[in-house]
Design a protein around this ligand. Structure first.
Ligand SMILES: *[C@@H]1O[C@H](CO)[C@@H](O)[C@H](O)[C@H]1NC(C)=O
Ligand SMILES: *[C@@H]1O[C@H](CO)[C@@H](O)[C@H](O)[C@H]1NC(C)=O
Ligand SMILES: *[C@@H]1O[C@H](CO)[C@@H](O)[C@H](O)[C@H]1NC(C)=O
Length: 244
């Protein structure tokens, strides 16, 4: 039988909110440079997420793994090409070069504009069907390099009570732009030379391909929303900000 003190410890841990990690700075809502401060804090926090903060619900973003049920599948294997991107991983999220934040406490909306020198994303890629009339059946790794991307995120927050005031994310909007997009399929063709040539041809259309696939960015919205929500669940509003 577990002792009473075990349950007491459990009770206290479950009910009480925790403070931000000591390495995360706190900003004062009542100061005029609040948004600048928040941008800096989030920037620093991203830098620190090269390791996880499990007690804050934050995973490491060194190799950010988007949940495996996030899958983009389109096309038709009988008439055309069925394509599937799955198992997304992002590299570079911990190294932004510029982070801007804007928090509106009237509408509880947080806008983030985070720029990076580069972000690599890697997925599994499957294609089945025909190109021209040539049958295709491929499973390979796809790697994309976003050159100087900016991630624009809008988090709609809602306040709720749970023995203290907390925020939760009720909606996330994600939009990204990038200066260039370089792609590589590790093995599109069995033949090395053909693989190289195909990748080179695809790369010439990098910007066009980025535009064509841009709508797929909605797949990342639950991921970013969930990431932020993990922290908000654990830390009371008064521990997030001063002057609230
Ligand atoms: C592919 O599309 C055609 C035409 O819309 C449809 O009849 C067929 O069932 C589809 N095949 C598959 C495998 O989805
Ligand atoms: C950060 O990245 C943005 C977008 O890629 C770029 O315009 C800007 O010059 C960079 N800023 C710094 C301080 O390097
Ligand atoms: C920041 O992101 C918001 C929301 O997507 C967008 O409306 C705004 O134009 C962005 N600002 C900059 C400087 O990129």
């Amino acid at each position: 039988m577990k002792s009473l003190s075990f349950y007491l410890v459990l009770l206290v841990t479950v009910c009480s909110s925790i403070k931000l990690p000591p390495t995360f700075q706190k900003c004062d809502k009542t100061t005029s440079n609040f948004d600048d401060c928040l941008g800096k804090v989030i920037h620093d926090a991203l830098n620190q997420l090269d390791k996880p903060f499990p007690e804050y619900g934050l995973p490491s973003l060194q190799e950010a793994e988007v949940p495996p049920d996030v899958v983009a599948e389109f096309g038709n294997s009988t008439y055309g090409l069925r394509q599937k991107f799955s198992n997304y991983k992002l590299f570079g999220l911990t190294k932004p070069n510029l982070t801007k934040a804007r928090m509106d406490f009237k509408t509880n909306t947080l806008v983030l504009n985070v720029s990076f020198p580069e972000i690599v994303f890697r997925t599994d890629y499957e294609a089945e069907g025909a190109v021209f009339i040539l049958p295709v059946n491929i499973a390979t790794t796809f790697e994309g390099l976003l050159v100087k991307p900016t991630f624009n995120l809008v988090f709609k927050l809602q306040e709720y009570e749970n023995e203290g005031r907390y925020f939760k994310v009720v909606d996330t909007d994600f939009d990204m732009n990038a200066e260039n997009f370089k792609l590589e399929f590790k093995r599109l063709a069995p033949n090395k030379r053909l693989n190289y040539e195909l990748n080179a041809a695809i790369n010439e259309k990098g910007v066009e391909i980025f535009a064509r696939f841009k709508h797929l960015q909605v797949f990342f919205e639950p991921y970013f929303g969930g990431l932020f929500d993990g922290l908000l669940k654990k830390v009371e509003i008064k521990e997030l900000f001063d002057g609230v």
